[in-house]
Design a protein around this ligand. Structure first.
Ligand SMILES: [Zn+2]
Length: 288
């Protein structure tokens, strides 16, 4: 198993936390900055959820990766460093949290660069990127390669790491999936429409445990995506704790930061190289 991305483990777990704070709401409309209740719902993430999660990770002794929008790092200057100082990875999650699919290539590049500038000014080393809302464009992986990052974590083309070939070189993809995102379980706001569910944490724990068992059978990457403003709430934080405890009890699961899995994946010749491209969409066949 030497040289393999999984180090012989049945499954690899990357615990990832998207510290979005106010950005996904502001990306839906600047006018929401006037909504005190909505903004407080989002500020709960960095103010209450994040410290609770950092303490939980310390207690359980597991590593994690925190994807932080540049806007959040800039407006809360000590936040990224406070995560890195606890031994966790900080990664690039756009500047504004506007999804790349909503921007021109020039706008996407400017947003991407602006986040890198914020992290560079704060002395935070960045190895990977995740597109806002997992809405990568066909340019996104190329930007990740061009700016010298090791990995992206926005696509869904596999359940194990794979390599994405771009004109600017190869990057490792650490694929995601909606079933391992707490947004689909817990996101509720009357407006803007970003979700309308408040599931039981017991159901979410059952879902994640079932998926981990499947992934242990097929030797996959369990890339969990958690938002502090959602899973930082008490019952949900307890479900997250019980999930990590279950994975540790399995005895065959490896926990690692995304940058470490990506470095291992880059060196693993057994992983496939893909060049994702837009499928042909003939207007005569698909008129809308
Ligand atoms: Zn996000």
């Amino acid at each position: 198993m030497n040289g393999s991305w999984h180090h012989g483990a049945a499954a690899v777990v990357t615990l990832t936390f998207d510290v979005d704070a106010e950005t996904p709401i502001l990306a839906q409309g600047r006018k929401y900055a006037r909504h005190a209740s909505t903004m407080s719902h989002q500020a709960y993430g960095p103010d209450v959820g994040l410290p609770r999660i950092l303490d939980l990770l310390d207690e359980l002794g597991v590593p994690a990766t925190f994807f932080v929008p540049g806007w959040v790092a800039e407006h809360r200057p000590g936040l990224a460093k406070s995560i890195a100082d606890r031994g966790h990875e900080v990664a690039h999650h756009s500047y504004s949290h506007r999804p790349p699919t909503s921007m021109t290539p020039e706008e996407e590049r400017a947003d991407f660069e602006r986040a890198l500038e914020v992290f560079a000014a704060q002395g935070i080393e960045i190895a990977g990127h995740r597109a806002a809302l997992w809405e990568a464009s066909w340019h996104t992986a190329g930007l990740v390669a061009e700016y010298g990052l090791l990995y992206d974590s926005s696509l869904m083309g596999d359940d194990r790491p794979y390599k994405v070939a771009t004109d600017a070189g190869q990057v490792v993809e650490l694929p995601v999936h909606w079933s391992l995102d707490d947004w689909e379980q817990y996101a509720f706001l009357p407006a803007p429409h970003v979700g309308a569910v408040i599931e039981s944490p017991a159901k979410v724990l059952e879902l994640w445990r079932a998926e981990l068992d499947g992934m242990r059978h097929y030797r996959c990457l369990f890339n969990l995506c958690v938002h502090p403003f959602l899973s930082g709430r008490p019952g949900r934080a307890m479900a997250l704790r019980r999930f990590v405890e279950y994975a540790l009890e399995c005895g065959d699961v490896r926990f690692a930061q995304c940058r470490d899995v990506a470095a291992d994946a880059k060196a693993d010749p057994a992983l496939p190289v893909r060049r994702p491209q837009a499928p042909p969409a003939d207007p005569a066949v698909y008129p809308h």
